[in-house]
Ligand binder design. Structure first.
Ligand SMILES: [Zn+2]
Length: 316
């Protein structure tokens, strides 16, 4: 069974957590490193644990692990051999599980809640390249090459007992297709598939989100279809395009609304948690049922989602 259904049976919305990097930086981590997640997993795992906990307290039903950039090839650049790299990937899941168990062990935290799930992050091939192709998808790799690239991490994450996989920030359909083929080797595992989008109709490499949704709709192991790491402005239209092509749950966790300037490696533009909260309610009204935040979102953003989705004045 699709594990997210355990939450959606109880509540109209399942809440995803927010950005990990933003919170780690706030706690003093220097993430100015293409493989920052490896660095933090090795040197300061307790900070990742704390960020997961903060998101559970803010209302997250789904924690995404710190394995987005974790790859055998990438970690080799940090001097890690294959076994050490695979161990770090597993560790990313164990940290989230330990935070979830700590949160859930307190009876107060179980009031009006579903037990949070751990979604193991599978970032795109381009996240390992760290050259911007993550948002273009112009890898020039075949489906088989993408399967071979993704296999060790997917194996490690599934072996670690994650509740499902979060295949996220996917810029091109061929990468989703490669991941689906790989997933079929693990028939008991579900995964959500989230693309990054360049506007209200197209994913990053220019393919139509409707075609992606249509293709994924036929795959039983796909737990949800949606968008992450994109401007919140595109989200309502993208949700409608997805919904035209599937009855699967629609998932969205866009960025805060600030805009990234890759040249200057900075974010600009205005955003507020309050505005994010209001927008997130519109995503629900457009048909999304799994909602959270990506880059630059914080526990305060997730709390804003929780405020309308749960509790006294919310839907429940
Ligand atoms: Zn993002």
């Amino acid at each position: 069974m699709n594990p997210i259904e355990t939450i959606l049976e109880k509540y109209p919305v399942a809440i995803v957590d927010g950005a990990l990097a933003t919170e780690l930086e706030r706690r003093g981590c220097d993430l100015n490193d293409a493989l920052w997640s490896a660095k933090v997993l090795m040197e300061q795992p307790e900070l990742i644990h704390q960020v997961h906990l903060d998101y559970f307290y803010a209302g997250a039903d789904l924690a995404i692990t710190a394995s987005y950039q974790a790859t055998v090839e990438g970690f080799a650049r940090k001097g890690l051999n294959r076994d050490a790299a695979l161990d770090l990937m597993k560790k990313s899941v164990q940290i989230a599980q330990a935070a979830r168990d700590e949160f859930w062990s307190d009876e107060i935290n179980r009031t009006d809640r579903a037990r949070p799930l751990i979604a193991a992050s599978v970032g795109p091939y381009g996240a390992f390249l760290a050259d911007g192709s993550e948002y273009r998808g112009d890898y020039g790799l075949t489906e088989q090459e993408l399967i071979d690239f993704h296999r060790p991490r997917v194996e490690a994450l599934i072996a670690s007992g994650a509740d499902l996989l979060a295949c996220e920030t996917i810029p091109c359909l061929i990468e989703a297709q490669a991941l689906v083929k790989l997933l079929s080797e693990f028939p008991n595992t579900f995964a959500w598939f989230c693309f990054s989008a360049k506007d209200g109709e197209h994913i990053s490499n220019g393919e139509k989100i409707t075609d992606c949704a249509k293709w994924l709709d036929q795959i039983p192991q796909v737990a949800a279809i949606g968008i992450n790491c994109s401007s919140p402005l595109y989200i309502p239209s993208l949700i409608r395009e997805i919904k035209k092509n599937t009855d699967k749950p629609v998932i969205v966790y866009p960025n805060s609304g600030e805009i990234y300037d890759p040249g200057a490696n900075t974010w600009y533009g205005e955003t507020s948690c309050d505005a994010f909260g209001k927008q997130s309610k519109e995503w629900f009204e457009n048909g999304a049922v799994i909602i959270g935040g990506c880059c630059r979102t914080t526990p305060d953003h997730i709390r804003e989602v929780r405020n309308w989705a749960r509790g006294k004045h919310g839907l429940i």
